[in-house]
Design a protein around this ligand. Sequence first.
Ligand code: BGC
Length: 784
Amino acid sequence: MKHLILTAVAGLVSLGPLQAQNMPVYLDESKPLEQRIDDALRRMTLDEKIAVIHAQSKFSSPGVKRLGFPDLWTDDGPHGVRPDVLWDEWEQAGQTNDSCVAFPALTCLAASWNTDMARLYGESLGEEALYRGKSVILGPGVNINRTPLGGRNFEYMGEDPYLASRMVVPYVKGLQSKGVAACVKHYALNNDEEYRHQVNVIVSDRALHEIYLPAFRAAVQEGKAWAIMGAYNLYQNQHNCHNAILLNNILKRDWGFDGVVISDWGGCHSTEEAIVNGLDLEFGTWTDGLTMGKTNAYDSYYLADAYKQLIREGRYTTKELDEKVRRVLRLFYRTTMNRQKPVGFLCSDSHYEAALKIAQEGIVLLKNEGVKGKGERSKEATSLLPLDIQKTKRILVVGENAIKMMTVGGGSSSLKAQKEILPLDGISRRLTGKDYSFPSTFGEGTGVRLDFARGYVGDTVQSYNGVTVGRSLYETRSTEELIAEAVEKARQADIVIMFGGLNKSDYQDCEGHDRKQFELPYGQNELIEALVAANPRLVYVNISGNAVAMPWLNKVPAVVQGWFIGSEAGEAIASVLFGDVNPSGKLPFTWYASLDQCGAHATDSYPGTWREQGAGRGIIDEEYKEDIFVGYRWIDKMESQKPKAKGQKPLFPFGYGLSYTTFELKNLRADKQEMTADGQLTFTVDVTNTGNYAGSEVVQLYISDVQASVPRPVKELKGFSKVFLQPGETRAVSITIDSTALSFYDDKAGKWTAEPGEFVAMVTQDGSGLKAKSQKLNAKFVLR
Ligand code: BGC
């Protein structure tokens, strides 16, 4: 037998050149891609062409069997590879080989401000996708965080178009380097979840181009994304999955996108608009798979039989169809037909290491003060964090979020993680070498006793779409009883760590709806007040993808933003709390004190105004009245207009985050004082680690246009660099800009422009306003 196989293989090898001679062009890897596409297209029948532009199951679309093109399998995205569902149901298929590594949610990735982490993220996810046989990952998401109520902000990369652009490009490149397509979503203006199928966004051209499109454009032009997903909502009264301006004009004509536009699942609403307005591949249009179609429910898709009929009737030639098929074939060659693809791995050690590293780099230390004597908080006393095990004998962990799995829930990004270390277990492992076991766990080596109190009940449902894991959340006690227990235990503890925040349940951080309130849910504010009164040595760890109101902030000495950080959550958080890792994350959005500090709410332009309402088909017009002043741009504008007005300072500015060490920025210099429109300018600053811990600092460069013919933000992020320094070490950090960093979108001319004149470059560690006390350095320069 062995002999026979060897002979057969030898035969194949010797046949190689002969085969190449007869090989059809579309299969010949030595031929240019576009020639192969032309050849394949010529060979395809009308039915085959129609078949490849719409789905055949929830997540797959057909290849061309006759010609040897395999089916195309897509999957969510963006934080790990979603478990398989049934052919035409959202229900889990119940496979036993589809668990994955859950990577941190994209807000955490953005908070790392480290482009190497984004590359690592994309590569690791790509390898998981390859193993699972997926050729398109439905992600990353780069919609801008316009309001902290946005239900899917946790899946996106924050409020700033520059930061999101820099982070999305390496993610896309990393993923695609494995032969797996990124499908960047949701293009565009899908900034809130409430009424997402009905929102008609009204936005100025400037805000569209300066705020909402740059990350998509970077993903397309720099990242060379192979696919993009149209959004559910409308722009200029047309659904975005077949929107002439967004798809034909901007994406395909202006940006030169050569990939595939995929509809969001159920986002296609019209055959004719889909034909002419740039949709290439239709997915998720409603069908129950059984009763809707005569032979095949998918024949009822907008781009299926209905399209074929229009061609047969002569209403359309195959011009548009061929263009769509051409793009789909290009995607096939880049993915399913790519014979150079590497091998995939699922749940490998290196993927867990990547998930841990990204989580550790994204966790943000928001506050870290000390407590003196019986309770007076003090900046002089040693900061609460990192926790000193030598001086601690009893630690109390409080809160549902310490024992709630967060890799499930939240909508389409929900995962079946092979493992998820819960925060309580992460802390327990660090102190006692084992997972937490009730009623308390003792660490022989450390001599520390770890206790837990539930404190509050949020959502006790422990399974989501068929995935059930984690510790039991069953609870029968009343709110009063839970608080009383937590307070009692807090009195006996040396330190209390509360895990609260949001979760991925409906109306928290979850697809389909926005949050209803900025305040913490489930009575957590009362619990925090009670805890800090009982024991002032309280560390509050907030688990969420959005900011929340913190009315008790001045009473709580230490606050950490812990995000939704996937498989290694507990491990990552414990490593930061105990100082094994020095936190270096910076906020990718403004942490408002109250909603009225946010432009969308201050202008009363969220969630919009119903135009016509009826039978679920009404349209809600949402005018983005804050215009280009989103996030810190709005805060800065208010501050510059009324410098003395009270109540406009956010709790924490965009770009903010502390460290266990301190850094000093000094000696900002530019390599010249003037630059030309086609030139560059390099700023250099000396960064010194002036504290006692090794750690990383993010140097942030903001640009202000001193005199402009149009209103411009007070400052805009245009460069950053993360640098790791040993205690006492100094390094010169350089950031280079060109005139794109000075440009605005000229809506009259329809293009970007940089006006000659004076500009100021500001370098800071925390993005705070121009008048903030924090350390910042300014340099003036001129564009000629
Ligand atoms: C979501 C997409 C997702 C798709 C497939 C839609 O509801 O908006 O982000 O990729 O479902 O699960």
